[in-house]
Design a protein around this ligand. Structure first.
Ligand code: PMP
Ligand code: GLN
Length: 386
């Protein structure tokens, strides 16, 4: 029997995730891991204690399919407090297994084979794969270096009669851009004009620097009912392994997403949902220190690379930094990343895998600074030359 002939056509050409690949190489080569995006330090003790408290008090059976009422209420409440957005916790919020499942369930629920989905490249890897699994065709619009701005004309040109959805990620992985209100409004105008859905991936909504404030896409005029907002407590509280995310959308869109979610995972771990509800209720106390810590890590990395051959593109949000390789070496990102992990003991992400149109990714690397200062210093030392 040739078991590999049993692979379904819908997964043909979908490559292993670069994050898994680079983390595996980092383990094999005992490398400092500035590749995959996760903190190498623990999240807040008081959130861990809330989890153990929930475990001990017997919150260990299936949660309701859409998520615990307590967590959905906490999500609705922080959206009211921070963004003045009103959502019905009963019909408009669904807790998912991380933002990853939220993106997957949303795309499977809302795309038909032959639909086109506009992605900005560099993209977050699961958007492209999910489109393909749903039978839809990704159409890419490049965010050109060094500014990585949204080009409204290029976006308009990418729309065809088959376009169904635009995916926006803000703050943006991997560039660290926070799109301006004008850039976001240009996306909203095109979504309205062509009657498109928008998935707005806002997992880094609180990882914002230099006093910047996040603009939720659903707050733009007319966007509330055509936007699915995706976020994740894994980023906000530095607990990526808990996999607690959520989708916020109008009741008819939520109903579609839940139709998939109920058979993808049915429900997400119960004690974690209780702990994250407790955590979201305390965002105001938590955020100043959280932001200051990540901003200082960004600065440490940027300053540390000043004397290297790499040119940093300063991130406005997220915990990623793109750096340009020196133009004259002719080495590609993939070769450079391979050499760095095997010979110099530092793992990074080669971003060309996040592009399909532009060649720009070949000239950059993505670094993650959600790492202890000690890890960052060691990584910087190993990155001095590529
Ligand atoms: N979207 C973006 C932009 C991300 O960077 C990530 C993970 N780093 C996710 C979604 C997935 O989030 P989660 O870990 O909650 O599944
Ligand atoms: N989102 C993380 C990153 O960009 C990785 C998440 C994953 O490995 N699926 O690195």
């Amino acid at each position: 029997m040739n078991a590999s002939t049993f692979r379904a056509q819908r997964i043909a050409g979908i490559e292993p995730s670069i994050f898994a690949t680079m983390s595996q190489l980092a383990i094999e080569h005992d490398a400092v891991n500035l590749g995959q995006g996760f903190p190498d330090f623990n999240g807040p003790t008081w959130v861990v204690e809330a989890f153990t408290e929930a475990l001990k008090s017997g919150k260990n059976q299936y949660a309701p399919m859409p998520g615990t009422r307590r967590l959905r209420n906490s999500v609705a409440e922080y959206h009211r407090r921070f963004y003045d957005l009103g959502w019905d916790a009963n019909t408009e919020i669904t807790v998912t297994a991380g933002a990853t499942e939220s993106l997957f369930s949303s795309m499977i629920a809302l795309l038909n084979p032959g639909d086109e989905v506009i992605l900005f490249e560099p993209w977050y890897d699961s958007y492209h794969a999910n489109c393909r699994i749903a039978g839809a065709d990704p159409v890419c619009v490049t965010l050109h270096r060094p500014e990585f701005r949204i080009d409204a004309d290029a976006l308009e040109r990418a729309v065809t009669p088959r376009t169904r959805m635009i995916v926006v990620n803000n703050p943006h992985n991997p560039t660290g851009r926070m799109f301006t209100r004008e850039e976001l409004q240009s996306v909203a105008d095109i979504a309205s004009k062509h009657d498109l859905l928008v998935i707005s991936d806002e997992v880094y909504e609180f990882l914002t620097f230099d006093g910047r404030h996040h603009i939720p896409f659903a707050t733009l005029p007319g966007m509330r009912d055509r936007t699915l907002t995706v976020s994740s407590t894994g980023k906000t509280f530095g607990m990526t392994g808990w996999k607690i995310g959520y989708t916020i959308a109008s009741a008819p869109l939520t109903d579609a997403v839940r139709t998939v979610h109920q058979f993808a995972t049915f429900a997400v771990n119960t004690p974690g949902q209780h702990a994250m509800a407790h955590a979201l209720d305390r965002l105001e106390e938590y955020l100043p220190e959280f932001r200051a810590m990540y901003q200082s890590k960004r600065d440490l990395l940027e300053n540390g690379l000043r004397d290297s051959t790499l040119t940093a593109h300063r991130p406005e949000g997220s915990y990623f930094m793109m750096v340009s390789l020196p133009a004259d070496t002719g080495i590609s990102d993939v070769d450079c990343a391979t050499r760095l992990v095997t010979e110099r003991g530092v793992a990074v992400i080669p971003p060309s895998v996040f592009y399909s149109r532009s060649e720009e990714g070949h000239g950059m690397l993505r670094l993650c600074f959600a790492k202890t200062d000690e890890t960052l210093r060691e990584g910087i030392a190993r990155l001095q030359q590529c």
